[in-house]
Design a protein around this ligand. Structure first.
Ligand code: ADP
Ligand code: MG
Length: 306
């Protein structure tokens, strides 16, 4: 009995999602190209493009405190969905905003929350087309976002192969303390540049932490990784441990074929692309070559809800 009904803390966030994925399987149709298990779902749309769908929820006391300011929380609520669309190589399109709040909630806070959402929407050409409003014991914001991606530009998590080179778009770690998690720019432009010029073989945005999100690529692609301590760019004030395991940097983590990597590294780039390592055939194993030359196996851990 206990085994059939483990608590959420025993199952973990990803164990729970795996269960849901199995249950959802019977609902899928041939129009669904990718269901649960990537940054967004991917569905058939037109001869040229696929439809992308994603959603993210932010709960007072878990993801934010009111003292952080409504506008910043609003920006983040939409921006992290935009970041997921970018990680597929897509363009964000239409958003639905749902809010739960107690009757005692200050209208100022909610007004500012919307100001932040609107700011991100205008910045990335997203149209806010609806949502829902309900009473709740605390403030909850849920954003659902659609996007479009040219079929030839779609990048999933499952395409990394041995020899592919691993890159990230920026420095990592300490995002919560630095406030970056509230004011980051989703890497939409970088993603477009990459899909047009270098066709990444796999891509994800770093929300759970570099190593946790790298493991998502390794698992989906059935490969391993070797990264180099010397190549990891730590954000100001961040330790190596934080660069590895802190979440919410919302940088892109991607892989490209070796010859594309050589081209990427030789050419001057309009964006920062940091080469951190390469894909190996040691399935679901990530090692780091430390400064002293020794290899260290990196455990799979990062932020999870349960
Ligand atoms: P991300 O960090 O990129 O936003 P998540 O870790 O939140 O992605 O989710 C991983 C995958 O699991 C996604 O495909 C997401 O749609 C799916 N997922 C998460 N929670 C649920 C749920 N309660 N029901 C169905 N699918 C879910
Ligand atoms: Mg993501």
């Amino acid at each position: 009995m206990a085994q059939r009904n483990p608590s959420l803390s025993a199952l973990g966030e990803f164990g729970f999602i795996d269960r849901v994925k199995k249950q959802a399987k019977s609902t899928l149709t041939s129009a669904v190209i990718k269901g649960i298990g990537d940054d967004t779902a991917v569905c058939r749309y037109s001869t040229q493009e696929h439809l992308l769908l994603t959603t993210d929820m932010h709960v007072e006391g878990v993801h934010f405190q009111k003292g952080m300011g409504g506008e910043k929380i609003g920006w983040k609520a939409l921006a992290c969905n935009i970041s997921d669309i970018a990680a597929m190589g897509g363009v964000p399109k239409y958003a639905l905003i749902s809010i739960g709040m107690p009757s005692s909630a200050h209208t100022d806070f909610i007004h500012n929350l919307y100001k932040g959402i609107q700011k991100a929407a205008r910045c990335f050409n997203v149209a806010i087309v609806g949502g829902d409003t309900v009473r709740d014991s605390k403030i909850v914001v849920n954003v659902a976002l659609t996007g479009l991606v040219a079929k030839k530009h779609l990048v999933l998590r499952d395409g990394a192969r041995k020899g592919d080179q691993i890159f990230v778009t920026g420095s990592l770690g300490n995002s919560l303390k630095r406030g970056k998690h509230l004011n980051f720019m989703p890497r939409v432009e970088e993603a477009h540049y990459l899909v047009k010029k270098y066709k990444p073989t796999a891509m994800i945005d770093i929300s759970d932490g570099l190593i946790a999100d790298l493991y998502h690529i390794l698992e989906e692609s059935g490969v391993g990784a070797r990264i180099e301590e010397n190549n990891i760019r730590k954000a100001p004030g961040a330790t190596l441990e934080q660069a590895f395991y802190d979440g919410e940097d919302f940088e892109l983590l991607f892989t490209v074929k070796k010859r594309d990597a050589q081209r990427l590294l030789k050419t001057s780039q309009p964006f920062s692309f940091i080469h951190i390592g390469e894909i190996t055939d040691k399935k679901k194993t990530c090692v780091c070559v430390m400064k002293n030359g020794q290899e260290k196996k990196l455990q799979r851990r990062g932020y999870t809800h349960f």
